[in-house]
Design a protein around this ligand. Structure first.
Ligand SMILES: [Zn+2]
Length: 233
């Protein structure tokens, strides 16, 4: 709970998930930051941007170069960059972002319940988890991606320093928070990445042959029951 905040204000803030999403949609575009990104990250950021952000970046660039812009030129440039960098999130990216949203919202809900119960220890625990997911979402939207190593562990770049952390298969991070058994951004990022990939595999695991065989067997059972009924008559 922040100082000078009533319990109700804290509850409202914790559960203001829509507010967080709205803020992201309307965040001002930092064109210099965007242009300075390494190419892969720049493309990832572009895909994650809502269209209004893409337009804003293009308009800023036009103003910088030509002093003005027109709707028509923005439209042409938008199509060009969408074509080059991708108009929307890749399937994996959408799945990971959904898992990040989900992790964030679950932690926010648990924090909310803990505040209602006045369970101070749990409030601290879930507030830290929610904050970790919030930072992980921001990292992912800024184009940072964890990479899985041959042994199943993950390498996660730091968002601020020029370091790479390792998250083991057991979910232990080499960063300072991780080593002190506290929630960290990197574990949140890895856990959402794994969940997102698992969710995509749900389709692959669906065994249509088994279900088809079961349905066919059930029809045969019903038909033979009908046949027996008529034979008995
Ligand atoms: Zn960490």
């Amino acid at each position: 709970m922040r100082r000078n905040e009533t319990k109700q204000q804290t509850l409202d803030r914790v559960l203001n998930v829509d507010g967080l999403r709205t803020m992201e949609r309307h965040a001002a575009i930092d064109l210099d930051w965007f242009l300075a990104l390494p190419s892969e990250r720049r493309q990832a950021v572009w895909r994650a941007w809502p269209e209004v952000a893409k337009r804003q970046a293009i308009i800023q660039q036009f103003i910088r170069k030509h002093g003005d812009w027109s709707e028509e030129r923005v439209e042409i440039a938008l199509a060009h960059w969408n074509n080059r960098w991708g108009a929307e999130l890749h399937t994996t990216e959408a799945a990971v972002l959904a898992a990040l949203d989900d992790g964030h919202d679950r932690a926010a809900n648990a924090e909310y319940q803990a505040i209602v119960r006045n369970d101070g220890e749990e409030v601290v625990y879930f507030a830290a988890e929610r904050a970790a997911y919030k930072r992980a979402r921001a990292m992912y939207r800024s184009g940072f991606r964890p990479t899985q190593q041959a042994d199943g562990s993950w390498s996660v770049p730091s968002a601020s320093a020029n370091v790479t952390y390792t998250v083991t298969r057991a979910g232990v991070c080499s960063c300072q928070a991780g080593q002190n058994e506290r929630h960290c951004t990197h574990v949140a990022l890895v856990s959402a990445t794994e969940t997102g990939l698992d969710n995509l595999n749900v389709f692959d695991e669906y065994d249509i042959d088994a279900e088809y065989a079961e349905a066919a067997a059930s029809i045969v059972r019903r038909l033979s029951a009908v046949r027996m009924h008529y034979q008995a008559a």
